[in-house]
Design a protein around this ligand. Structure first.
Ligand code: PLP
Length: 440
C-alpha cells in the first residue's frame, strides 16, 4: 500500500513543495499533508484508507458535502455530451440567471474559471471605466494571486504597498494602496491624498482569509459613501462568502442588517464569485449593473477572455449545486456552524486556553492567545499577533482523532449541509483532548 509519506515524497520530487496550491502544505502546522483519495458527504478518505470528518470542504465550494449524488450525476451527463465547446451554451445562461436572481445588483455577469480571474477582471474594469491607476485593498484580505492584489504588506495610510510576493514589480505593487481593515480614517486619508487617482476599493464582503474578521457595523456602508463621493468603484469580493453564508451570499445578510444603509445605498458596483458557483469544479464570475459590465469586450473596450470560461461540465456542477442549495441547506449550515462555534469555545474555556471565536454568518475561525481573547481581532496586525503554536497542537490532536481542519490558524473552518449529527458528534468527541493539547 502507498503510505501517505511515500505519496508526499513522490509529489515533492515533481511538484514544488509537493502541493498544487501552497495552502495545502502543512508548513505552518508541521508534518505531511494528507493525500486524499476520495470524499463523500462530510468525510474525506486518505491514501491509507483513513477517514476524516472534513472541515475544509475544498476551501469552501462543497456546501452540500462532497460528491452529492445529484451533482455527480449532472456532471456525468454533461461530460457525456461533450467536455468543452468553446461556444456559448444554454446552461451557462441558466447559471448566470440563477446568480442574477439571487443578487439584484448583478444584472450582467461574465463567467471565468477562478476567483483570481474574477477579481483581476473586476480591477481591470474599474481602471478601464475610471481611467485611474490606483486600487485600494485591505491588509489581510485575499483576492487571489494576480500581481497587483498580492500586495498585502500594509504600512499605513496612503502608503504604497510593498510586493507581497517576489516577482511582483515595484511599479505594480505601487499601484495598490494597502490599508488596515476596519479603519475608516485610513480610507478617508487615502482618498484625501489620492482620491482623483483611485479607480476602486476592493474588499472581501466579510474577510475570512486572515481568520474571520467581521466588518464593523458601518464599514461597508462607509466604503460605499467614500468611493461614490470620489468617483471610484466599490468591488465586493464574494468568492468565499458568495452562496455559502446564505442564498444571496453576504449581499443578503447586509441587505437584512439594521446597520445597512436603506435602499441598497451600500451596494457595490462589482461583485466577484467563485467556489460555490462551481460546486467543486472551476467556475467563478464577476458581475454588476449592466452599465458597468457593458464596458467588457465584446461590447466595450476592457478585454477579458478564457478558453475554458463557462465550461459545460463545470457549469453543470455549479448550477446543480445552486439549485439544490435551498433554505434547508442554509439552515443546516448555520446550525452546524453555531454548534461547533459554541462547543469549541466551551472546550477551550474548560481547558483554560485563551482564545476568541469570531464569525461572519456561518463562517468562523478561532484566534489563539491572550491578546485575541481580550481585545478581539479587527485587523490583520491583530490577527498576526495570535499564538499559532496552540493551534498547531490543537490541529494535530483533531487530525489524530479523525477530524481534518484547515492546516493554518489563519483560515476559516468550513462546514457543509452534509454534516449530520453523526459527523458533528465525532467532531465534538474530539474536542476535549484537542483543547487539552492546545493548553500544554
Ligand atoms: N477571493 C477570495 C475572497 C478568496 O477566498 C479566494 C480564494 O480563496 C480568491 C479570491 C481566489 O480564488 P481562486 O483560488 O479560485 O483563484
Amino acid at each position: 500500500m502507498l503510505t501517505n509519506h511515500d505519496a508526499f515524497a513522490r509529489a515533492a520530487a515533481v511538484i514544488p513543495g509537493g502541493v498544487s496550491s501552497p495552502v495545502r502544505a502543512y508548513g505552518s502546522v508541521g508534518g505531511d499533508p494528507r493525500f486524499l483519495e476520495s470524499a463523500r458527504g462530510p468525510y474525506v478518505v486518505d491514501v491509507e484508507g483513513r477517514e476524516y470528518v472534513d472541515l475544509v470542504a475544498s476551501w469552501g465550494p462543497a456546501i452540500l458535502g462532497h460528491a452529492h449524488p445529484e451533482v455527480v450525476d449532472a456532471v456525468q451527463r454533461a461530460a457525456a455530451r461533450g467536455l468543452s465547446f468553446g461556444a456559448p451554451t444554454v446552461a451557462e445562461v441558466e447559471l448566470a440567471e440563477e446568480i442574477v436572481r439571487r443578487v439584484p445588483v448583478v444584472e450582467r455577469l461574465r463567467l471565468v474559471s477562478t476567483g483570481t480571474e474574477a477579481t483581476m477582471t473586476a480591477v481591470r474594469l474599474a481602471r478601464g471605466i475610471t481611467h485611474r491607476p490606483l486600487v485600494v485593498k485591505f491588509a489581510g484580505c485575499y483576492h487571489g494571486h494576480s500581481d497587483g492584489l498580492l500586495a498585502a504588506a500594509g504600512s499605513g495610510v496612503a502608503t504604497a504597498g510593498l510586493p507581497g510576493s517576489a516577482g511582483v514589480t515595484e511599479a505594480t505593487a505601487g499601484e495598490t494602496l494597502v490599508l488596515p481593515y476596519n479603519d475608516l480614517d485610513a480610507v478617508q486619508a487615502a482618498f484625501s491624498a489620492h482620491g482623483h487617482r483611485i479607480a476602486a476599493v476592493i474588499t472581501e464582503a466579510q474577510p475570512a482569509n486572515m481568520g474571520v474578521v467581521p466588518s464593523l457595523p458601518d464599514f461597508n456602508g462607509e466604503l460605499r459613501r467614500i468611493t461614490a463621493a470620489h468617483g471610484a468603484l466599490l468591488i465586493w469580493d464574494e468568492v468565499l462568502t458568495g452562496f455559502r453564508v446564505g442564498p444571496s451570499g453576504w449581499w443578503g445578510i447586509e441587505a437584512a442588517s439594521p446597520a445597512g444603509l436603506p435602499g441598497w445605498a451600500w451596494a457595490p458596483d462589482l461583485v466577484t464569485f467563485g467556489k460555490v458557483v462551481g460546486g467543486g469544479l472551476p467556475v467563478a464570475a464577476v458581475g454588476g449593473p449592466a452599465a458597468v459590465m457593458e464596458h467588457l469586450a465584446p461590447l466595450g473596450p476592457v478585454y477579458q477572455a478564457g478558453t475554458l470560461s463557462g465550461n459545460p461540465v463545470a457549469v453543470a456542477a455549479g448550477l446543480t449545486t445552486l439549485r439544490l442549495a435551498d433554505d434547508a441547506v442554509y439552515r443546516r449550515l448555520d446550525e452546524v456552524a453555531d454548534t461547533l462555534r459554541a462547543e469549541v469555545h466551551a472546550a477551550l474555556d474548560r481547558a483554560g486556553v485563551p482564545h476568541r471565536v469570531q464569525h461572519a454568518g456561518n463562517l468562523f475561525s478561532v484566534f489563539w492567545g491572550e491578546r485575541a481573547a481580550e481585545d478581539g481581532v479587527l485587523t490583520y496586525t491583530q490577527a498576526k499577533a495570535q499564538d499559532t503554536a496552540s493551534y498547531t497542537r490543537f490541529f494535530h490532536a483533531m487530525l489524530d482523532a479523525g477530524v481534518a481542519l484547515p492546516p493554518s490558524a489563519f483560515e476559516a473552518w468550513f462546514v457543509t449541509a452534509a454534516h449530520d449529527d453523526t459527523a458533528v458528534t465525532r467532531i465534538l468527541d474530539a474536542l476535549p483532548a484537542a483543547a487539552d493539547a492546545a493548553a500544554r
